[in-house]
Design a protein around this ligand. Structure first.
Ligand SMILES: Nc1nc2c(c(=O)[nH]1)N=C([C@H](O)[C@H](O)COP(=O)(O)OP(=O)(O)OP(=O)(O)O)CN2
Ligand code: ZN
Length: 115
């Protein structure tokens, strides 16, 4: 089995309502996102599972939904790193063999989601 991972990022603002923390105030992050797909089949002539370029295009198209947005209006649930990772996973799993999505909210804090 191969795991292929591409990374990208977006900038967004959010408020974590009811978190009883400073995160209730409007603030923003530069979110980093890693998309991992899994597969064992390689295209016979070229030897890759999926072209990285195709993965990067799909990830960037997905992240455009979040970029420079107020995330409370983008997600139907509270825009925590958990819910952002889950939303990206579910959206991309419709067309790619996604096995994990990791979202970094800060340099040192990340959430991974898989099913
Ligand atoms: N499990 C989660 N915990 C927190 C989330 C989250 O999405 N999932 N989000 C936040 C806030 O968005 C907050 O903005 C991040 O705060 P924090 O981790 O404290 O980041 P700082 O850069 O401010 O870190 P310091 O260590 O305080 O410098 C909080 N928790
Ligand atoms: Zn935050």
């Amino acid at each position: 089995m191969f795991e292929l991972t591409v990374e990208s990022s977006f900038s967004g603002a959010h408020q974590l309502i009811k978190s009883n923390s400073p995160c209730e105030n409007l603030h923003g992050h530069n979110w980093r996102v890693a998309l991992t797909v899994c597969g064992s089949e390689q295209e016979p002539d070229v030897g890759w599972v999926i072209d990285f370029k195709k993965l990067k295009e799909a990830l960037n198209k997905e992240l455009a939904k979040f970029d420079h947005k107020y995330l409370n209006e983008v997600l139907p649930v509270s825009p925590t790193a958990e819910n952002i990772a889950k939303q990206i996973y579910r959206d991309l799993a419709a067309s790619l063999p996604v096995c994990k999505v990791t979202v970094w909210e800060t340099e040192k804090s990340s959430v991974s989601y898989s099913e």
